[in-house]
Design a binder for this molecule. Structure first.
Ligand SMILES: [Mn+2]
Length: 272
């Protein structure tokens, strides 16, 4: 009972109640969770993102076999069946934040073990390390992080897995070889020493001697580092991409409030 069945699936793909037998190369998965800080005064609106993406994509469900000029052919010549499934949303429990995060990681592990490539929609940015922790650790992994912010705080208000720390937590994982951060702009929570720490190579004593990092502000242009990251990641078969997360009805990273705790879907307690 780890997942919630969606009202409508992504691109009208078959629903896969068993992630170990999804029967498809790509598996859509919602993780409508997040971790709030002391001072966050409203729940994250990002928890509605999986269903919002499903709803937006549904209008294209009848077009997937048509010619796509961006791709140079049909994206799914024979329809999505057999290629794509929707595994629903990982169930969140506001009374058990660590358990909910572990449940998300276990689901990713199961998808990877089944040979599927997860297409994950959060949730706030706290979910990124939850996802990467579940990916196979045998092969080096490169991560492309597209965001306005550095997200490299070691902790905030004693919280180490919040939405300001996902890139810092990725660096804790021995199989993460390279992190490329693209699109940083304006002022966020990052201090100069955190930028320096994010750009620093791994120390000689690290288990990850080949680790490298690149931080590309928006003003520097993004095409070159994106190509560098994706070309290397293609050899591993995994291309984790972290998109900007918002924590409320305001520009990302600019909010503050008073509500500590846990953000989860309003369908928190609904289960398969
Ligand atoms: Mn972020």
């Amino acid at each position: 009972m780890d997942r919630v069945r969606p009202i409508a699936t992504f691109l009208a793909a078959p629903f896969a109640p068993d992630v170990l037998r999804p029967g498809a190369r790509f598996a859509f998965l919602g993780i409508p969770q997040g971790v709030a800080y002391v001072g966050d005064r409203e729940p994250s609106h990002a928890v509605g993102a999986p269903d919002a993406v499903r709803a937006a994509a549904l209008v294209h469900a009848g077009d997937v076999s048509n010619y796509d000029f961006d791709v140079g052919g049909p994206l799914f010549p024979d329809g999505v069946g057999g290629c794509l499934v929707d595994c629903g949303d990982v169930r969140g429990d506001s009374r058990d934040v660590p358990g909910s995060m572990a449940r998300a990681t276990r689901t990713i592990e199961a998808l990877a073990a089944a040979g599927s490539i997860p297409l994950v929609v959060g949730g706030d940015h706290a979910i990124t390390p939850q996802v990467v922790r579940g990916l196979p650790g045998e092969e080096p992994l490169d991560v492309l992080h597209v965001d306005a912010h550095l997200d490299f705080l070691d902790e905030r208000d004693g919280v180490r897995d919040g939405y300001s720390s996902p890139v810092r937590r990725l660096r804790d994982l021995s199989w993460v070889r390279r992190v490329v951060q693209v699109g940083l702009r304006d002022v966020g929570s990052a201090r100069a020493e955190q930028v320096a720490a994010a750009r620093a190579p791994a120390t000689p004593s690290s288990r990850r001697p080949r680790y490298t990092s690149a931080v590309w502000p928006m003003s520097s242009g993004a095409s070159s580092p994106v190509r560098a990251c994706t070309s290397r990641s293609m050899s591993t078969g995994w291309i984790p991409v972290a998109l900007p997360a918002r924590c409320g009805r305001r520009p990302a990273g600019c909010g503050s409030g008073r509500r500590p705790g846990w953000w989860a879907s309003s369908r928190d307690d609904a289960v398969l």
